[in-house]
Design a protein around this ligand. Structure first.
Ligand code: AMP
Length: 218
């Protein structure tokens, strides 16, 4: 089924990016990751990128105005017409309220908010072991998902891999605190609207994908 507008929520390292990539293919929708957008700005050395780098390295959150402006522009682009899945947005109640206003203005409807639930103690290991293909973005993990041929990407065959600058033990704790203090309050916010669906993220990737699809009624 096409045309879905979804939010994927969950703690840092909970598998949002991986699952969003699966779901974008399943439903022919676009993954909109504010983290990826900010990392692109950092890589390009833009003014936003310079500001973002400092905040991201500290594990904090960028201001709501910046993030909402970015998303407002992005969902107006042609490739978003058939639907999209937010990954890492909204992250504060203020962002969620701004998103409600944006959707009203554009006559759009949110179909579901999916929470990938993972206990905190599992996250540090998951985050500090992860890396991704420099060419196609496919995600890997030192323990759970190594490339089949050592040092070559399974998907595109590329030989370059990157680790995120903020995927270290020190920053992870600050990111977890930001999640619990600022983002977790969104769960009751969306539950009250009847939109929240919770899946168990503490299992293998395929099982999580299957639960997500089931939660969406497919
Ligand atoms: P992520 O890739 O979603 O883990 O995001 C990486 C970092 O980008 C976060 O730790 C924040 O510093 C920043 N960031 C991403 N999305 C948002 C957002 N919606 N609001 C504020 N900051 C964000």
């Amino acid at each position: 089924m096409n045309g879905k507008r979804l939010i994927l929520m969950g703690p840092p390292g909970g598998g949002k990016g991986t699952q969003a990539r699966f779901l974008q293919d399943v439903y022919s929708i676009v993954q909109l990751s504010t983290g990826d957008m900010l990392r692109a700005a950092v890589a390009h050395g833009t003014r936003l990128g310079k500001k973002a780098r400092l905040v991201m390295d500290a594990g904090g959150l960028l201001s709501d105005d910046i993030i909402v402006g970015m998303i407002s522009d992005r969902i107006g682009e042609a490739d978003c017409e058939n639907g999209f899945i937010f990954d890492g947005f909204p992250r504060t109640v203020a962002q969620a309220e701004a998103l409600d206003v944006l959707f009203d203005e554009k006559y759009l409807r949110l179909d579901a908010v999916l929470e990938i639930r993972v206990p905190d103690e599992r996250l540090v290991e998951r985050i500090t072991g992860r890396f991704a293909c420099e060419g196609c973005g496919e995600g890997y993990h030192d323990i759970y998902k190594r490339p089949k041929t050592d040092a070559l990407c399974d998907v595109c065959g590329g030989g370059g891999f990157l680790r995120r600058a903020d995927d270290n033990k020190e920053t992870v704790n600050a990111r977890l605190i930001a999640y619990h203090e600022q983002t977790a309050p969104l769960l009751p916010f969306y539950d009250a609207k009847g939109l929240l669906k919770v899946v168990n993220g503490d299992q293998n990737m395929n099982a999580v994908t299957a639960e997500l699809k089931e939660a969406l009624g497919d």
